[in-house]
Design a binder for this molecule. Structure first.
Ligand SMILES: Nc1ncnc2c1ncn2[C@@H]1O[C@H](COP(=O)(O)OP(=O)(O)O)[C@@H](O)[C@H]1O
Ligand SMILES: [Mg+2]
Length: 372
């Protein structure tokens, strides 16, 4: 039996969504895998315990019967702090943290230093894709079609706001859409139609992030998503889904509450050549952004034009629902991700991390004292 730690919750505005992903994963692991829940509460404390596997326990959440836990550097065990301190060897981690402090490479950093295999995109891929500005800069440099955009640091903006407003108008224009660069689930996103609104909304978005991206607002488009992951050296691509019926922007309520007009149509009803182009672009973006494991790439389709919107390295519910037409259950998707994550880990270990030099032999105390 392999111990698979599932990390979810987290210090992120997407905390609650991550609970849905995490519990879904825990309940769908195939035979042979023992799911070990690691729930990070809103303050950043790590907890483990059987009751975290059940969604009803999150309604009036309390820490009764739970134990604090953590990973340590260079140690593949989860340390659990109850009446008695115990430790459990972890074979692989499934990262279910959406948003900051988890999907941004930080959890991958902890796991890399502990020496534990994981299913997500690692430090670099997660960090790149978490930041919409960095992702778009990278994609633009590789001539991947995206919207016009500009990124601003809120402190730079506050130091000279008229300069930045002029820049936004010149490089993006109005109306424009303002997003926290490292946000998710549409939280903090708004549309400005004139300069006055723009100034107010730039003030508001700083609540979520200091890094802000402002994009050209697209009045009409089809929203098409695809998931993909690496398997035996090839990229497997899911069915395409179309998100329809969302108001103006596909916002938090539209995404997650059941009584909305929003529908997800899968497979999306699009022509073969658009589908083919989306698949080609998805593979290119996966490689450019250093993605690993399962990611979902979201596109805007405007007639025959295809634009990449964003790359989600920890997609909601691991995008398992996009694989139904392939006969893959949630459990099968997870098994593939675990096997690949472990393979990648072994592959990374092949590199040489030691180099023998004699550089230290001839150094003395004197070499480090400069001002005496
Ligand atoms: N440039 C744009 N023009 C018009 N609507 C947009 C644009 N960018 C995003 N949206 C809408 O806002 C939603 C959320 O934006 P997105 O960039 O996907 O951020 P998040 O990471 O929060 O999901 C999208 O699903 C889409 O409906
Ligand atoms: Mg999105």
């Amino acid at each position: 039996m392999q111990n698979i730690a599932v990390v979810f919750g987290g210090k992120s505005v997407e905390h609650d969504i991550s609970i849905i992903t995490g519990v879904g994963v825990l309940q769908n692991l195939s035979q042979g895998y023992h799911g070990v829940p690691i729930y990070i509460d809103k303050e950043g404390n790590w907890w483990t315990g059987e009751k975290l596997c059940y969604i009803e326990n999150f309604k009036d959440f309390n820490t009764k019967k739970l134990k604090k836990c953590n990973f340590c550097p260079n140690d593949k065990r989860l340390h659990i702090y109850g009446m008695r301190r115990t430790a459990m060897y972890i074979d692989c981690v499934i990262n279910c943290l959406h948003g900051q402090n988890g999907e941004d490479g930080s959890l991958s950093g902890v796991l890399q230093l502990s020496g534990i295999p994981e299913t997500s995109s690692g430090v670099l891929g997660n960090a790149v894709c978490m930041d919409k500005g960095i992702t778009k800069l990278l994609l633009r440099s590789k001539r991947v079609p995206i919207t016009r955009f500009i990124t601003i640091n809120i402190n730079d903006y506050n130091a000279n706001n008229s300069f930045w407003i002029r820049n936004i108008i010149r490089r993006v224009g109005l109306p424009c859409i303002i997003k926290p660069a490292r946000g998710g689930s549409s939280i903090g996103i708004s549309v400005a139609n004139d300069i006055e609104q723009l100034e107010i909304l730039l003030g508001n978005v700083a609540k979520y992030d200091n890094e802000i991206i402002i994009e050209q607002y697209l009045p009409q488009f089809r929203e098409i998503n695809i998931a993909l992951f690496e398997h035996d050296g090839n990229l497997e691509l899911s069915s395409l889904e179309e998100v329809v019926g969302a108001d103006k922007i596909f916002d938090f309520d539209n995404k997650y509450t059941t009584n909305t007009k929003t529908k997800r149509i899968c497979p999306a009803n699009i022509d073969a050549s658009t589908k083919d182009n989306i698949c080609k672009l998805a593979k290119k973006v996966y490689s450019i952004c250093k993605c690993r494991g399962m990611v979902r790439i979201d596109f805007f389709v405007i007639e025959d034009k295809i634009l990449v919107n964003e790359v989600n390295t920890v997609p909601g519910s691991m995008s398992f629902y996009l694989w139904k037409d392939f006969g893959y259950t949630f459990g099968r998707v997870l098994s593939k991700l675990i096997i690949e994550g472990k393979k990648r880990f072994v592959d990374d270990q092949k590199h040489c991390y030691k180099y023998n030099s004699n550089i230290l032999d001839n150094l003395s105390k004197r070499d480090f004292i400069i001002n005496k």
